[in-house]
Ligand binder design. Structure first.
Ligand code: M6R
Length: 363
């Protein structure tokens, strides 16, 4: 049931601290990840992994895009990420030692399942499913699995399934790093443990995000910007806004702004930027300057330590500091809340948006 919440989506957004904790439960030791969380065959498989192919649809695909940054940076493994509906009709070249990974909330998405079946005819070393539904087709048909433990997700717009997928993908990154390189990242392990509490602090900003949402209700378009692992978070923010508020939204890596989309920016175009405090921040700041110079309204979600002043044309929401590896997870939350409040203001059917189904079991 929805309990005291007006919509399932809101309930599921607020469940995230709890389900993130569940997704970590029993999967970490004091200083390191427990590789056997992925099953008894995982260690041998990860030791042989030289490449990773990640296949998914929609929000799950965005989780895969974040994982690419993580696996390359922290495990040193090259990664390809692709939507299932494209992958399955290509003639993929599979380098020696490639692990095939699917991501899915439902485990029944037709294209993702077809991609797994197709991959079995190719030269992969094995398949891993990261999934929220035990006993689903994807789980039954994969060599190894990791459950995201988000619990039932009723809202069509995926929220807690996404953030728990990110947790699972960080566990994968740490596991591959440990298996292949004997590198354990105790700093990330420690940060993972504090994540539920930090997420709680972000959710406490809900009323401020609700106020920001008023600026969007009358808009027809919005632009989301991010850099690095936050580019996929911008994509996910734009997808959420499209799905439930029917506002046309696009996401760009901030560095692409000048290569086209800047032409769209005027005083009617809200621009939402995720700007945590990492080494790309200075570059992002100059991109933001370009938006302001054209009269665009800017909304910046940034680390509390970052000096971007709130001014008439720039509204800044400061988020608690978190290990940079986990920032993509944290910055997802305000974007979910933003799209939720915009949809409520517009009076759309938040949990059952038009034309969409929770699980896409047809091609
Ligand atoms: O169940 P899956 O994760 O395989 O579903 C994939 C997409 O259909 C799903 O993420 C969709 O994009 C959501 N409506 C996004 O909110």
């Amino acid at each position: 049931s929805k309990g005291d919440y007006r919509h399932y989506m809101l309930k599921e957004i607020f469940e995230q601290p709890t389900v993130i904790e569940a997704a970590l439960e029993g999967r970490l030791s004091a200083q390191s990840v427990l590789v056997e969380s992925f099953g008894p065959d995982a260690l041998a498989l990860f030791q042989r992994t030289r490449h990773v192919h990640i296949i998914a649809c929609g929000t799950s695909y965005h989780a895969g895009l974040v994982a690419r940054y993580w696996l390359e940076r922290y495990a040193g493994v090259p990664v390809q990420v692709e939507v299932a509906s494209e992958y399955r009709y290509r003639h993929p070249v599979v380098p020696e030692g490639t692990l095939f990974v699917t991501l899915s909330q439902s485990g029944e998405t037709a294209d993702t399942l077809a991609a797994l079946r197709f991959a079995k005819t190719l030269d992969y070393i094995g398949s891993l499913a990261i999934c929220n539904v035990p006993g689903s087709s994807l789980v039954r048909e994969s060599d190894i699995t990791l459950m995201t433990r988000a619990g039932p997700e009723i809202g069509v717009a995926s929220t807690k399934a996404f953030t728990t997928q990110l947790v699972a993908l960080m566990l994968l990154t740490l596991s591959v790093s440990k298996a292949k390189n004997q590198v354990e990242y105790p700093d990330i392990i420690a940060a993972l443990r504090t994540l539920p509490e930090v997420c709680q602090r972000v959710l406490a900003l809900d009323s401020q995000i609700e106020i920001l949402s008023q600026a969007f209700a009358e808009k027809n378009h919005a632009l989301f910007l991010g850099r690095g692992a936050h580019y996929p978070i911008a994509l996910e923010g734009a997808l959420k806004l499209k799905e439930i508020s029917y506002i046309h939204a696009e996401a760009y890596p901030a560095g692409e702004l000048k290569h086209g989309p800047l032409a769209l920016v005027d005083s009617e175009m809200p621009v939402i930027s995720v700007a945590p405090n990492d080494d790309l921040l200075e570059k992002l700041k100059s991109n933001l300057q370009e938006v302001r110079a054209r009269g665009g309204q800017l909304f910046v979600f940034a680390d509390e330590s970052v000096g971007i002043d709130t001014q008439e044309d720039v509204r800044v929401l400061a988020l608690p500091h978190v290990h940079e590896a986990l920032a993509p997870l944290l910055y997802t939350l305000p974007l979910q809340l933003l799209s939720y409040h915009v949809a409520v203001l517009k009076g759309t059917d938040v949990d059952q948006p038009r034309n969409l189904a929770k699980s896409v079991t047809v091609e």
